[in-house]
Design a binder for this molecule. Structure first.
Ligand SMILES: Nc1ncnc2c1ncn2[C@@H]1O[C@H](COP(=O)(O)OP(=O)(O)OP(=O)(O)O)[C@@H](O)[C@H]1O
Ligand SMILES: [Mg+2]
Length: 261
């Protein structure tokens, strides 16, 4: 496998908030990956790379307990999410924010109502306070003026940002973003990268981000792993800048240098 464990700039001692050990995932006979092992430390921006169909979204689903791995262990915020039940599971999930690849806003609710939803489900804040928090989150992603619009009335990029605002509603210490900048214009995308960096640095929020955008990866990623369909597993791990400069695996090189493999 390509790359090395990073000398995490100032975070090497931070506690691991996500750990995958020897994780294998198959749907029936279709083995996506074997023996995936990594740790993510608090305040890191950890990027998952890989071609279409390599299992990136599935790995996210494993990490948040939506699927159970075929083999191996996953721990998140110090607990085994797969084993957590009832109230324990609810509490754990309230500390995780997720923005899906598709955005998945509720079409009959305004953006403001969409962002208020997790606050309704997981807190006892009165309505006015929920609204206040939701407005702040929409402001963070530059959507203050669109709070009262329905998802059908906004652009795809705005829907992405609204999805991120909703994922941040409860100030989760751990945020999962599946292709947050896909379909965004370069300026909006750079703004989003800045937001991710700021939240990681200022609040110690940990991010696990699936993305293909090389610029984004180099701008935000402390560390990354690369999944590969042919290899059915990880083919690289490390600092994206080091991988760009030193990778020798043809697929890894091709990705970081924008060459044909
Ligand atoms: N629930 C499921 N049941 C069966 N097969 C599935 C399921 N979810 C995903 N797969 C298969 O697993 C493979 C990986 O899918 P996944 O969505 O994780 O890929 P990805 O790396 O996120 O791709 P993309 O970059 O296109 O989003 C695909 O071949 C897909 O068909
Ligand atoms: Mg995907």
């Amino acid at each position: 496998m390509e790359g090395t464990m990073r000398d995490a700039a100032g975070r090497a001692d931070a506690p691991a908030v996500v750990g995958a050990r020897g994780v294998t995932m198959a749907f029936g006979d279709n083995v996506l990956f074997r023996d995936v092992t990594f740790e993510v430390r608090q305040g890191e921006v950890f990027v998952i790379l890989g071609g279409s169909g390599s299992g990136k979204s599935t790995l996210l689903k494993l990490l948040i307990g939506l699927h159970r791995p075929t083999g191996g262990e996953i721990r998140i915020l110090g607990e085994d999410l797969g084993a957590a039940r009832g109230q324990e599971r609810r509490e754990l999930l309230s500390r995780i924010g997720v923005m899906w690849q598709s955005g998945a806003l509720f079409g009959s609710m305004t953006l403001l109502e969409n962002v208020m939803l997790p606050l309704e489900e997981h807190t006892r804040l009165p309505r006015a306070a929920r609204e206040e928090v939701a407005r702040v989150k929409l402001g963070l992603v530059g959507l203050s003026d669109a709070a009262d619009r329905l998802p059908a009335e906004i652009s795809g990029g705005m829907a992405k940002r609204a999805g991120i605002a909703r994922a941040m509603a409860l100030d989760p210490p751990l945020l999962f973003l599946d292709e947050p900048s896909a379909g965004l214009d370069p300026i909006t995308s750079a703004g989003l990268d800045q937001l991710i960096r700021d939240l990681a640095r200022d609040l110690g929020t940990t991010f696990i981000v699936v993305t293909h955008e090389l610029q984004s990866i180099l701008a935000i990623g402390d560390r990354c792993i690369m999944l590969d369909k042919q290899a059915k597993g990880m083919i690289a791990e490390g600092d994206p800048r080091a991988l760009r400069d030193h990778a020798t695996h043809p697929t890894v090189r091709a990705f970081f240098r924008r060459e044909a493999a």
